[in-house]
Design a protein around this ligand. Structure first.
Ligand SMILES: NC(=O)C1=CN([C@@H]2O[C@H](COP(=O)(O)OP(=O)(O)OC[C@H]3O[C@@H](n4cnc5c(N)ncnc54)[C@H](OP(=O)(O)O)[C@@H]3O)[C@@H](O)[C@H]2O)C=CC1
Ligand SMILES: O=C(O)[C@H](O)COP(=O)(O)O
Length: 483
């Protein structure tokens, strides 16, 4: 999968159903994390263009909401087909833009098409309900409540860099299906992938104005979008500090936040080490740990810690390191700043006495997979999300100590528990404060129809296909009062 970036394209923004240059006359250069060169430019959309896009979105939404569910679904099914048809090109863009291995990028596109199709089917099977008035004391049989889903209006979808297509579509598809219009703000690094996926949507003949793609830096147009009176709901995935900022900027509109994590793998002394090692390796290091659901700390019982650490070391040393074009597991991080941040966490732990088991090697923004043992609570890496390939091991004396440390984190996205005793694993799982606990498996968002949520600083509200459909609609209650 060789890259050719000799011809640089300036991508247009998709505003009111037309591909346009921004009146700002400004573009943003997109730098590939592994080619370390500019691969294209995207438009820096202005506040006036945002205003216009939102006004047109409201007009289009009113017409769109009148279409039947199956008519709306037909556009989305076609979008899924177009994504699959263009998967090679879209995957190449994802690879170049965010440095994800080509095969994983292709999987992201196909997973997205599957997610869109499932979203359509799920929505088609949401039947609402009817309530009888006499179900409540003193009620009357002649009163019948009809409960239907109604759209919210214009949904603002803000996506992060690491799944630029999938985490955007997982907001756009349910929003459109439930009869909303969408303003899509991709991560700046991820905007070209955003353009490609919206080109596929545009090919479906989607009504003009229903979706606009507003590229631009979050620091420049982010607050303007979030505080805009024309936005009726926000679905955001990204870092916890950005999410916290958003929740302060918004008032009285529904907000779903999927944020960072510090997912622990709790390894009890009776764990099947084959399963634990495989899951931790996959959970911690795939895409260099740039997943919100990556395993970001290991809390292992003292009695098996030596065995676990030596097996992890052996596996880490087999990991492929290098280019996403060769499908390496460990690839350069999204930018130099992120690599500096990860290096800072490693340095802090080593200064404070952690044992370097393997790694701590760096070439520019490529950080080699690193395993730190004997990590203690005074080290930043015990608590802070690296979003990079560094895994701290904290040794514990009991399940209770592991649970206490797991819950001391400000985050609560997911956790894994490894034990061959299902009663024990379940008892631990039920005490961990996290949206999801995986027993004998790696932390991960999929399958995409499962609810996906974070507690504490990891988020607010629930995603996963069905819950996204619910969060992007409201109940409309009509009461029949019969004679
Ligand atoms: N729980 C989950 O499901 C997931 C969580 N994450 C978390 O996301 C982080 C990494 O992703 P990253 O893209 O760096 O996250 P960021 O929080 O930096 O950015 C996320 C999105 O928010 C935008 N943004 C930035 N500032 C504002 C603002 N003031 N108003 C509105 N939007 C704004 C960004 O735009 P721009 O790029 O232009 O700055 C981007 O589109 C990690 O912490 C990770 O854990 C990632 C994936 C999934
Ligand atoms: O962005 C993330 O990191 C995802 O939401 C996690 O998805 P995954 O578990 O499928 O990698």
């Amino acid at each position: 999968m060789a890259s050719n970036v000799s011809e640089l394209t300036t991508y247009l923004a998709y505003l009111e159903g037309e591909w346009k240059k921004s009146s700002s006359g400004e573009t943003i250069a997109i730098q590939s994390p592994y080619l370390r060169q500019t691969i294209g430019y995207v438009q820096a959309v202005t506040q006036e263009e945002v205003d216009h896009a939102i006004t047109e979105a409201h007009k289009a939404q009113k017409r769109w909401a009148k279409l039947s569910l199956s008519e709306r679904g037909a556009y989305l099914e076609k979008w899924a087909d177009e994504l699959v048809a263009g998967s090679e090109e879209i995957a190449k863009t994802i690879m170049q833009e965010v440095g994800k291995g080509f095969k994983d990028a292709q999987k992201e596109v196909v997973r997205t098409a599957d997610l869109i199709r499932y979203t359509v089917q799920d929505a088609l099977h949401m039947h609402g309900e009817s309530l009888k008035g006499d179900g409540f004391p003193g009620g009357d049989q002649k009163k019948i409540g009809i409960v239907e889903s109604a759209p919210l209006g214009v949904v603002l979808a803000i996506a992060p860099f690491n799944y630029p297509v999938n985490l955007a579509a997982s907001k756009i598809a349910p929003a459109l299906m439930m009869g909303n219009a969408v303003i899509f703000k991709p991560a700046t690094q991820g905007s070209i992938s955003g353009v490609k996926m919206i080109e596929a949507l545009d090919k479906t003949g989607l009504p003009k104005g229903l979706l606009s793609l507003t590229t631009g830096r979050g620091s420049v147009i982010g607050d303007y979008l979030v505080e805009h009176k024309g936005i009726n709901m926000i679905s955001f995935t990204g870092g916890s500090s950005t999410g916290r900022h958003l929740s302060k900027q918004t008032t009285m509109i529904p907000l779903v936040l999927e944020l960072g994590g510090k997912d622990p793998a709790i390894v009890c002394e009776d764990a099947d080490l084959d399963v634990a090692v495989k899951s931790i390796m996959n959970g911690a290091y795939s895409y260099s740990g740039q997943r919100c659901t990556a395993i970001k700390r290991v809390l292992v019982n003292d009695k098996i810690a030596d065995a676990l650490v030596s097996r992890l070391k052996a596996e880490i040393e087999k990991l492929t390191v290098g280019s996403p074009e060769k499908d390496s597991t460990i690839v350069p991080l999204i930018d130099d700043k992120s690599a500096d941040f990860v290096q800072g966490l490693i340095d802090d732990a080593l200064v404070k006495g952690a044992t370097l088991v393997t790694g701590n090697k760096r070439k520019e923004n490529l950080i080699y997979p690193t395993l730190l043992d004997n990590v203690t609570e005074d080290m930043d890496v015990a608590w802070i999300e690296p979003f990079g390939p560094v895994l701290p091991v904290i040794r514990v004396a009991s399940d209770e100590e592991a649970i206490e440390l797991a819950n001391k984190s400000e985050f609560g996205l997911q956790a894994s528990v490894f034990s061959q005793d299902i009663d024990r694993a379940l008892a631990v799982a039920r005490q961990v404060e996290a949206g999801t606990v995986q027993i004998n498996g790696r932390t991960e968002r999929g399958p995409d129809h499962f609810p996906f949520l974070g507690v504490k600083s990891s988020g607010m509200g629930v995603q996963g296909i069905h819950h996204s459909l619910l969060s992007m609609s409201r109940e409309r209650v009509t009461v029949l009062n019969l004679k």
